[in-house]
Design a protein around this ligand. Structure first.
Ligand SMILES: [Zn+2]
Length: 113
């Protein structure tokens, strides 16, 4: 865990942001967690628990939205198929750029850096 936290609790803001997106996208995660998640930005478990890396709270809002929408969409689409990508493009039009800018893998597969 990292040391001192500001009174703003960026992790809480990140969580709130994710909840906002869930409402907007009409998706219902079982729970939204912000935790230490080495080597990845987020994950979506089959039981509907969506987890985001606490490091994500320090990234730009555009990138946060990209990761949040990506993981939330996994509640509806388990893979990165055509429908998944079409939805990503509809919600985050520049997601491909953001994905390329990502230094970690978005999820699951262990990070390589
Ligand atoms: Zn994914």
């Amino acid at each position: 865990m990292r040391g001192t936290r500001s009174s703003l609790y960026p992790e809480q803001q990140l969580r709130r942001r994710a909840m906002g997106w869930a409402v907007k996208l009409k998706l219902r995660p079982q729970r939204v967690l912000v935790e230490r998640l080495p080597g990845k930005w987020g994950s979506c478990a089959p039981d509907g628990v969506v987890t985001f890396a606490e490091d994500l709270a320090n990234e730009g809002k555009d990138f946060q939205d990209y990761v949040i929408v990506h993981e939330l969409l996994h509640l509806r689409y388990r893979d990165h198929g055509k429908q998944f990508k079409a939805m990503m493009t509809a919600v985050v039009p520049n997601w491909r750029e953001l994905e390329q800018a990502s230094r970690h893998s978005t999820e699951r597969q262990a990070g390589t850096d």
